[in-house]
Design a protein around this ligand. Structure first.
Ligand code: NAG
Ligand code: NAG
Ligand code: NAG
Ligand code: NAG
Ligand code: NAG
Length: 409
């Protein structure tokens, strides 16, 4: 006769069979052996002794003083071991899916009713973009007699840090979405789950929201894959903006006229740039660091922002130490025109939640977000930018929890 104990053991054995299929393995970050070389390269890199035209400020790219400050911090106070140990406090795994090695954090709640949630990062980020929000989202939170918590999964996009590059140049975000759906349903065994995405991660997560309607039962976004409207287009649709809403719209105009050079280079000549910066940590710092500095809230580093120089250096170190800067930028070449100009509702009734952060470099008004999903809630935050998990973690956590509370009914 089977006791419940042996039944439990049999079930455990059956579950263990699934990891075999995907070669699921625990993973620890250990890049320590490469750090001394990186620091020597940084230290040996010369920068101009003075800027030619300092009066133009940030308008033509990262300011020399900003780059020097980051560079000096990298070889002096920045301690990779501390950062690596903090990132290793998360439960990391790798799995083999469709021939790719997919790295992911699988941070489970102690709550048996926790809702599965996948957080999908963008460029120039990595899984580390979500570090401040992962553990809070797993913890049990109560509001008005309802409770919510999440089992949080944070994969690395193909070609980013510990995930292997995509199979070929024809790979698109739709292939990544399919692989991540397999991760959630077959590798981790969730029948249904929720998604959150930012930047390229929002392109992937929205594809999951729109095209996997039986498994994806809720989506929270800070970015949607639809081309933002120009001021003229907004006016033509009779959408008027408050002074606060005019901030991200003006940043979008700035980005799309003078701020998207990196985008075009990565979308057209990833080899030139990728090889040029491949073994140059300061080169990557200038290119990537400029985006962290320019696309975040200008009050970066003051509460509630946690975006000091340290996470920026950790992020660039992750790219450099895993030699993945080159493979990361291919996502731009592989997905020409990733944002649709036609706003339309996908075939899903899953609730959609949207958070607009004022210093994001794109603006989507509530009226337009309503056109692309079953919009339940639209929040506007005056603090925060393109990296809300670092720029304004309390707001992002609260808004993602709102989705779970709604699903709890
Ligand atoms: C950087 O170079 C200076 C001067 O050459 C040297 O004193 C220092 O130890 C070096 N630091 C690192 C981290 O290599
Ligand atoms: C690229 O790889 C994908 C996934 O392995 C495959 O389905 C596709 O046929 C490949 N395309 C080319 C052009 O090789
Ligand atoms: C905008 O408002 C004008 C004046 O009220 C109206 O004629 C026009 O149809 C409106 N346009 C849209 C797209 O709603
Ligand atoms: C980003 O760069 C633009 C100029 O291209 C500048 O107007 C804006 O203030 C910058 N934002 C931050 C947060 O540095
Ligand atoms: C899910 O998508 C399928 C195929 O597009 C569609 O037929 C179906 O109605 C959708 N279900 C919901 C609940 O929207």
């Amino acid at each position: 006769m089977l006791s419940s104990l042996t039944l439990g053991l049999l079930l455990a054995t059956a579950c263990a069979a699934t990891p075999g299929k995907f070669n699921l393995r625990p993973f620890k970050i250990d890049l320590s052996s490469e750090v001394a070389r990186m620091k020597t390269l940084v230290n040996n890199t010369r920068l101009p002794s003075h800027d030619l035209y300092p009066e133009v400020g940030i308008a033509n790219g990262i300011e020399l003083g900003t780059l020097e400050e980051l560079k000096n911090e990298w070889t002096t106070s920045f301690d990779w071991e501390t950062q690596q140990a903090e990132l290793n406090e998360f439960s990391h795994f790798t799995a083999e899916i469709e021939g790719l090695t997919v790295h992911f954090i699988n941070q489970k709640s102690t709550d048996p009713d926790a809702i599965p949630l996948i957080l999908v990062h963008g460029w120039p980020g990595s899984f580390q973009e979500f570090a401040p929000v992962i553990k809070p989202l797993t913890s049990l939170h109560s509001t008005d007699g309802k409770t919510v918590s999440y089992n949080v999964v944070v994969p690395s996009l193909p070609g980013f840090v510990f995930s292997s590059p995509s199979a070929n140049a024809s790979w698109t975000y739709k292939d990544t979405a399919r692989v991540f759906n397999t991760l959630m349903t077959e590798v981790l065994g969730y029948e249904t789950y929720t998604v959150h995405g930012t930047d390229w991660g929002a392109v992937v997560a929205y594809d999951l929201y729109a095209n996997y309607n039986t498994t994806v039962r809720g989506g929270h976004f800070v970015f949607v894959p639809f081309v933002p409207l120009t001021p003229e287009q907004l006016a033509a649709e009779n959408i008027t903006l408050t002074p606060e809403e005019a901030i991200p719209e003006s940043l979008y105009v700035m980005w799309s006229t003078t701020g998207d050079g990196y985008f075009h280079e990565q979308a057209t000549r990833p080899k030139n740039l990728g090889f040029a910066l491949y073994d140059s940590p300061v080169g990557q710092l200038s290119w990537i660091g400029s985006i962290w500095k320019n696309m975040s809230d200008p009050r970066a580093g003051t509460p509630p922002s946690l975006l000091s120089n340290t996470p920026i250096l950790t992020s660039v170190s992750l790219y450099f130490l895993t030699s993945s800067f080159y493979s990361s930028i291919w996502i731009y070449e592989q997905n020409q025109n990733p944002l649709s100009t036609v706003y339309s509702k996908p075939p899903t009734d899953a609730p959609l939640f949207f958070s607009m952060f004022a210093y994001n470099q794109d603006y989507w008004p509530e009226e337009k977000v309503r056109e692309v999903g079953n919009l339940i809630s639209y929040e506007f935050h005056e603090f925060g930018g393109h990296f809300p998990a670092w720029d304004n973690p309390p707001a992002l956590i609260e808004d993602i929890r709102a989705m779970g509370l709604f699903l709890r009914g």
